[in-house]
Write a protein that binds this ligand. Structure first.
Ligand code: ADP
Ligand code: 5GP
Length: 189
């Protein structure tokens, strides 16, 4: 029997998490994706309520005070958090749910949801990560430097993940992600 589970996907900025998650969901439209809240500004093309809920610092503080977050963390000089209402809504729907969040958030989730599966997306090399981040062209030089400086700590955290997937060839990495998710949906632990 297939079991609905919580899958947490992390990895350094530019590793390809967003790309892989959208390819994954094209093949598995039943997988729900939690939309996080953040205090960072929207990138060009990002839509409030679709990519993130873009909040002011005060709105984020209010949600913390109302216990509105499953987890939240300071990431790359901004705050990001998983909303209680998002997780509840999707899990009640009986589908597996994906959280694309950083390792600090991943370990907070794991504390509360023991059978959550932690999946880490790693780049083929730090050089390729930097190339991808620059080519994406969505961050200022200062923000790129912050994201690159955070990479070693994030890679270190990957040791405590259930699955590590190298995103070199996009098609192979998508298949590895699909296989990992399907295999954990068959297990009860
Ligand atoms: P993240 O969500 O982890 O920050 P993205 O999904 O935005 O990363 O990917 C960063 C950039 O790298 C994007 O421009 C994306 O198109 C590109 N990219 C992702 N995966 C690959 C890959 N396997 N090979 C080459 N480029 C990739
Ligand atoms: P970005 O600004 O590139 O969209 O995301 C930056 C980082 O924030 C990524 O590592 C992403 O996984 C993480 N992130 C996004 N949403 C959340 C969240 O709700 N909680 C936590 N802890 N991290 C998040």
């Amino acid at each position: 029997m297939k079991i609905s589970r919580l899958f947490v996907i992390s990895g350094p900025s530019g590793a390809g998490k967003g790309t892989l998650v959208s390819l994954l969901r094209a093949k598995r439209p039943d997988l729900a994706l939690s939309i996080s809240a953040t205090t960072r500004h929207p990138r060009s093309g990002e839509i409030d309520g679709k990519d993130y809920y873009f909040l002011t610092d005060d709105e984020f503080d209010d949600l913390i005070a109302q216990h509105g977050f499953v987890e939240w963390a300071h990431v790359h000089a901004h705050r990001y958090g998983t909303l209680q209402r998002e997780v509840k809504r999707h899990l009640e729907g009986g589908h597996s749910l994906i959280l694309e969040i950083d390792p600090q958030g991943a370990f907070q989730v794991k504390e509360n949801v023991k059978d959550a599966v932690l999946i880490f997306i790693t780049p083929p090399s730090p050089q390729i990560l930097e190339e991808r981040l620059r080519k994406r062209g969505t961050e200022s030089e200062r923000d790129i430097q912050i994201r690159l400086a955070n990479m070693p700590g994030e890679l270190e955290a990957s040791k405590n993940y259930n699955v590590i997937i190298e995103n070199d060839d996009l098609e192979k990495a998508t298949q590895a992600l699909l296989d990992a998710i399907a295999s954990f949906e068959e297990k009860s632990e």
